[in-house]
Ligand binder design. Structure first.
Ligand SMILES: [Mn+2]
Length: 383
């Protein structure tokens, strides 16, 4: 028995930050990814596709996306299990009841917030799951679950759930509950960045993101291919992303001039040149002159191009002056600000250093009567 486990695709997101045309391109990229998922299920000869919620970003789905999903399920002809999540919750007459009517037995759809079970005799499998019926599902559908006696079929669970907190508003299941039910595999969705597996045996997993959508989703996205044979469970990641996000930090203190800084950043970016559609954010840290930094910031696109990556974002976290000694001895308010922040500027904690250097930049700009905004947010924010 071979499964493809995915979810959290959030198709048809608004992507407001991209503008109208950019947003449509992003939505098209989401549909292309859905195609790759079904192609992967076909080429990997999967017996079943499990979609653990948030397939769609909302309950209103564009005709193009709805048509494509129907076409793929029809054409692939692999039973597809769907557990609506907190973004795409189930409503009577909504997108999922429409899809269910169109796709009949090819789509195994959960529609109740209580645990449901479907039996697929041809595959000798029982699938368990539930649906969000609104944006919130504050009880655990497994807490008082009545699991029928074993009939020799595999028991697979597919659900959108939050294992991280017992008081979560998003189906707060516990690992203990899942294990008590004796599922051969539990396909979860909702938390995009969890680790490889939730339990010691690797039978409980989050699908993870299929393709990174911002700097909140780091690394190459994909799906799980899960083999259940003779009581064994093996899962392997298949990378399907054509776009990935990475973050790193580079100390430019020792760079003699702007050319050296550009060289260092190009080398850093080139490490990702083999990754499809690499988007990299580099935090510049250490000490550098403001002039050098602002020149380098203006070269981000050129550096990305020459390093062979799709996009580079540079975030200035440097200390604004080369000569800290001078500020240290400065008897004016500038020096006082520097000395007050110094323990944090040299802290072991990178976040603390970052915050302190930002405070220093803004503080010095304010004292000098320069634009506080210009001194700080020079980057354009997230993609
Ligand atoms: Mn969710």
């Amino acid at each position: 028995m071979r499964l493809l486990h995915t979810g959290d695709l959030h198709l048809d997101s608004a992507f407001c930050a991209y503008g109208q045309r950019g947003a449509e391109q992003q939505r098209e990229a989401g549909r292309a990814m859905l195609r790759r998922i079904f192609e992967c299920a076909e080429s990997e000869k999967c017996d079943m596709i499990l979609i653990a919620g948030d397939l769609f970003d909302g309950r209103f789905v564009s005709p193009a996306t709805e048509e494509l999903f129907c076409e793929l399920v029809e054409k692939t002809n692999i039973p597809t299990v769907l557990s609506p999540g907190n973004h795409d919750w189930y409503t009577e007459g909504g997108i999922y009841s429409r899809l269910s009517a169109k796709l009949s037995d090819k789509l195994i759809l959960f529609s109740s917030s209580e645990l449901q079970m479907f039996e697929l005799d041809a595959l000798r499998v029982r699938v368990f799951g539930y649906a969000f019926g609104s944006a919130v599902l504050s009880h655990s559908p497994l807490s008082d679950a009545n699991i029928p006696e074993d009939n020799g079929y595999l028991k697979i669970f597919c659900g959108h759930a939050d294992l991280s907190s017992p008081v979560s508003r998003y189906a707060p299941l516990t690992l203990g509950e899942i294990e008590r039910c004796g599922f051969d595999y539990a396909a979860l969705g909702h938390i995009h960045n969890r680790g490889e597996q939730e339990d010691s045996r690797g039978r409980v997993r989050y699908c993870g993101f299929c393709e990174g959508r911002s700097f909140d989703e780091i690394g190459e996205g994909g799906v799980w291919i899960v083999d259940l044979d003779g009581g064994e469970c093996r899962a392997e990641r298949r990378i399907l992303a054509q776009k990935s996000f990475y973050i790193c930090e580079t100390d430019i203190s020792s760079c003699a001039d702007t050319n050296a800084i550009v060289g260092v950043l190009r080398a850093e970016a080139a490490r990702y040149s083999d990754v499809a559609g690499a988007h990299l954010r580099i935090y510049l840290c250490g000490r550098a002159s403001e002039g050098a930094v602002s020149y380098v910031l203006s070269r981000a696109d050129a550096i990305a191009k020459s390093a062979g990556i799709a996009y580079l974002e540079l975030v200035d976290e440097t200390l604004p002056l080369l000569d800290g000694d001078y500020l240290e001895r400065d008897t004016t308010l500038r020096g006082e600000l520097y000395r007050t922040l110094l323990p944090k500027l040299t802290s072991e904690n990178a976040d603390e250093r970052r915050l302190a250097s930002r405070a220093l930049r803004i503080g010095l700009a304010a004292i000098d009567g320069r634009s506080v905004f210009g001194a700080d947010e020079r980057d354009g924010g997230e993609v």
